[in-house]
Design a protein around this ligand. Structure first.
Ligand SMILES: Nc1ncnc2c1ncn2[C@@H]1O[C@H](COP(=O)(O)OP(=O)(O)OP(=O)(O)O)[C@@H](O)[C@H]1O
Ligand SMILES: O=c1ccn([C@@H]2O[C@H](COP(=O)(O)O)[C@@H](O)[C@H]2O)c(=O)[nH]1
Length: 239
């Protein structure tokens, strides 16, 4: 008999930047297909998957604001970037043999469904992979906060942050190659150390709702499967 999945339902945060692959901008269709395939395999294994996708491969509001744009408008553009990624990911999931359902926090019915909690839960229970687009639907937030929010309201067992690094370090490992990596952290430690891998609002929301966060490298083939099996290289934030 196959082993019961460790998690019944998870929220997977897919880094926008990861979708660039080796490129400097945009979507690498090969990377998109691999991530979609891994999500479909996980869903077939019995874990319900809701995804929040970032937009860092296309546009970040803070970058627009730094160049003189109004921050709220820049964030609107950033949220649209996440919708583009969500539509692409839903298509790749369909091509991988699953059913991808993009639901946007900002209604745009010609392109995808509108996110409501009830609709997302209905789709998840029907075995679909739900991609929550447009973040929280509000400027001045990030998709990490959106991931924590959706994880809480969809009663997810864990928030899996699939990013560009294989866990949380004492400082950004991409600019501090000597930084020490943590296998586990408490929420208090993560917040007190002001680790920049995820924003404070996201850590706090996950802590307040007792949702463990697992940070792992989504660029690594098979990493999602390993994390779901509890064997992957990752940092677990809990407590
Ligand atoms: N203490 C730290 N430990 C690990 N990574 C860190 C740390 N501080 C900063 N980082 C950086 O944070 C990045 C992840 O943050 P961020 O959420 O902005 O990007 P992302 O996951 O690629 O999402 P997106 O591209 O969608 O915005 C990592 O790739 C890493 O370089
Ligand atoms: O709730 C949200 C989520 C995101 N944004 C904007 O989108 C971009 C892309 O998201 P990342 O988390 O950086 O990948 C973000 O920079 C914001 O500009 C938002 O406004 N509200």
């Amino acid at each position: 008999m196959p082993e019961a999945p460790k998690f019944k339902r998870v929220l997977l945060k897919v880094s926008g930047e990861a979708l660039m692959g080796e490129g400097a901008f945009g979507i690498d269709v090969g990377v998109l297909g691999r991530i979609a395939g891994e999500a479909v395999a996980a869903a077939r294994g019995g874990t319900q998957i809701a995804i929040v996708v970032g937009g860092g491969n296309l546009f970040r509001g803070v970058a627009g604001a730094a160049r003189g744009m109004d921050r709220a408008r820049a964030d609107h553009i950033g949220m649209l970037a996440t919708v583009m990624n969500a539509i692409a990911l839903a298509g790749a999931i369909d091509e991988a043999g699953g059913k991808g359902r993009a639901l946007s926090a900002i209604p745009m019915e010609a392109l995808c469904g509108t996110y409501t909690r009830a609709r997302a839960l209905e789709c998840l229970d029907a075995g679909e992979i739900v991609i929550c687009a447009a973040g929280t639907g509000n400027p001045f937030f990030t998709t990490d906060s959106a991931a924590a929010l959706r994880a809480a309201e969809l009663n997810c067992d864990a928030l899996l942050k699939g990013t560009q690094v294989d866990g949380i370090y004492e400082a950004d490992p991409r600019t501090n190659p000597g930084a020490r990596r943590f296998d586990t952290l408490t929420f208090a430690e993560a917040l007190n150390r002001d680790l920049k891998v995820m924003d404070t609002a996201a850590f706090a929301l996950a802590r307040d709702n007792a949702i463990p966060i697992i940070v792992f490298d989504i660029n690594e083939t098979g990493s999602l499967d390993a994390v779901l099996a509890g064997t992957g290289r990752a940092t677990l934030v809990s407590g």
